[in-house]
Design a protein around this ligand. Sequence first.
Ligand code: BJW
Length: 233
Amino acid sequence: MTGIRNIVVLTGAGISAESGIDTFRSEGGLWEQHRVEDVATPEGFARDPDLVLRFYDMRREAIQTKLPNPAHQALARLDAAWKGELLIVTQNVDDLHERAGARRVLHMHGTHLNAWCTACDTRSPWTGPMIDRPPCPSCGARALRPDVVWFGEMPYEMDRIYGAIRQADLFVSIGTSGAVYPAAGFVRDARELRVRTLELNLERSQGSQWFHESRQGPASRLVPEWVNEVLGG
Ligand code: BJW
């Protein structure tokens, strides 16, 4: 692909849908089964921590049984082969990009597989449940919470993300509804910087009109096709 050296890829729940991980806003998605205010806000956690810990324990256990799909694998192939800058910014809290082999991944909404100690502010790798209030591996306090970004909290590493968008020649959004900010605003940030923009999503998203090009279809087909175009294969 001529003239493209630096790429920023944004991924959302749609890229993991074909691995069997629920999206949030699709029919039957997580937000039809749970109230966002109850399970994805600091206020909800303060009100009913057991409900929130159970919700995340269930999802943490489930993701460990899922496997990367051809879309994750294609991005890992891009990561291995691409000589220019690449940053895969994922809103997903699963680890399927990493398990597919991608290395240049940033989890802007955190990860299921970390526990965050609200007493000593340490993040520790975590695969088990939190409902029984296990002690923090670092300080021993029984004050762990999922290391995920809830509504009203600041997503992680925003300076690094905006820095990568400023340097980018191409911004690609994959499997995200464009409903949640600041990620939903990246396409407009990129356009203002005259970065080329491409959307790959099952259907038109809330942000489709902002992209130079929007392709519709399952990520397992669209992403490998696009990576082949980029790598000239
Ligand atoms: C497929 C597919 C297939 C399906 N192939 N595609 C008013 C205006 C603007 C902003 C605000 C506002 N009021 C409040 C805000 C801020 C708020 C916000 O955006 N609210 C909106 C709801 C309006 N945002 C925040 O609070 C954020 N923090 C913040 O803004 O801090 C201040 C700040 C200011 C300036 C700069 C920086 C910061 C924090 C947001 C945290 C979001 N957290 C969650 C939960 C994480 C933990 C968990 O997993 O439980 O993150 S919510 C949930 O939504 C999760 C996701 O990462 C996020 C995005 O969802 P995503 O990935 O797009 O999934 P879906 O389900 O929505 O879409 C899936 C798409 O895939 C669909 O389009 C399908 O069609 C498609 N698809 N199968 C390809 N096979």
